[in-house]
Unconditional design. Structure first.
Length: 95
């Protein structure tokens, strides 16, 4: 099974590509909560705007299922590896 990266928060484990020539996946990213085809197409919120809001609100895990061990949304969104327990968190300026 292939995994796909969320273009909003860089979560690397989406089950489907967020969007193909056939349209959106309607999958919701468990990390940032962006639902492809709903958040953007139906609600009119761009991926960049959602990312800015998510980061400004603390980049919290959005799924009701637990986050992966060591998960840090801010580090993930900046393209970093999963933060080791106890490591300092980078300061974030939303794009």
């Amino acid at each position: 099974m292939s995994a796909f990266v969320c273009p909003v928060c860089r979560y690397p484990e989406l089950a489907e590509p967020p969007r193909t020539d056939a349209g959106p996946s309607y999958e919701m990213c468990p990390s940032c909560g962006f639902e492809f085809g709903v958040t953007d197409d139906d609600r009119g919120i761009s991926e960049n705007e959602w990312r800015r809001r998510w980061l400004a609100e603390g980049a919290r895990w959005q799924s009701t299922s637990p986050a992966p061990p060591g998960w840090d949304g801010a580090v993930q969104a900046l393209g970093g590896a999963v933060r080791a327990a106890g490591a300092s968190r980078p300061s974030i300026r939303p794009p």
